[in-house]
Design a protein around this ligand. Sequence first.
Ligand SMILES: NC(=O)c1ccc[n+]([C@@H]2O[C@H](COP(=O)([O-])OP(=O)(O)OC[C@H]3O[C@@H](n4cnc5c(N)ncnc54)[C@H](O)[C@@H]3O)[C@@H](O)[C@H]2O)c1
Length: 292
Amino acid sequence: MDGKAIVVTGAGRGLGEAFAVHLAQAGAAVVVNDIDGDQADRVARRIRRGGGAVSASAHSVADPEQAAAIVEQCVAEFGAIDGLVNNAGLNYEALPWEDTPARAREVVEVNVLGVIYTGLAAISRMRAAGGGAIVNISSGASLGQRTLGAYAASKGAVSSLTCSWALDLEECGIRVNAVCPKAYTRMVRSSERASRHTSPDRLPELVAPLVHFLLDERSAGITGQVVRCTGSELHIVGQPYFKAPILHRPVWDVDSLTTAFAEVLGGHLEPYGLEKRLPPRLRKWLAPVLTA
Ligand SMILES: NC(=O)c1ccc[n+]([C@@H]2O[C@H](COP(=O)([O-])OP(=O)(O)OC[C@H]3O[C@@H](n4cnc5c(N)ncnc54)[C@H](O)[C@@H]3O)[C@@H](O)[C@H]2O)c1
């Protein structure tokens, strides 16, 4: 990462801190952004003590002007932006009938619009410079998870955005991938359920090499991918696809739809949600925490 300038959002603690520290140790100059400015300063001091080049930012990714300012700070301090890690995120748990528009909006503003605002500013600089790499932090919850509707939707949006941007930006030399992490952080500790199925030894540092790899030339040619890493497990997250058989009729009315589902499509329905997609052995083991 020598000579690279990289922005990590939400880097004042947790996964973002681990990514920023790892990238700085690998030689990158890093902008440590976090809306919690004290935490961003603390991480910047930690990196500086280790001999790294760093600049702290307390801007919010959820505001388009502040998001652009994070990217401009990187260019002003380090001359370019070669990499962006869209990591800042929020979550909360609520059953749909207990959820509120205000909480849902806040999650979408940070997790979706924050990624878009910071990404658009970075893309404009990277495109002018002839290339770059973006890693968006998504979540396994994007497959659907109980009590996480707004959060799951926000992370599904991040995965869709990753694929769309990867298509648009391939010819500009900009690669865009997403990571679904799992690590014991404040976000996990704040949820009784999540902390029950995330062991404290799942350190955020264990996910940092994957982010490094995806920003590095060693992953050249890899774009549009969603990769999950729990520390020990590493795998690609499959993409939704148009599933065969594809039935054809000039027009579908309710009668023909009923017949199609009764005779053909009913046998091809998908398991929905993370818990129903798990292999049976894991599903049985995880049932008490998934349904809690
Ligand atoms: N921890 C996990 O197991 C896990 C699993 C899947 C996805 N994720 C994702 O990983 C990312 C990091 O999560 P974490 O577990 O380290 O959480 P965390 O709560 O420890 O850290 C998130 C950081 O983002 C910052 N932030 C929030 N809003 C911001 C804003 N508007 N602008 C700038 N910074 C802002 C917070 O101040 C905080 O420091 C998130 O996107 C989260 O959704 C985490």
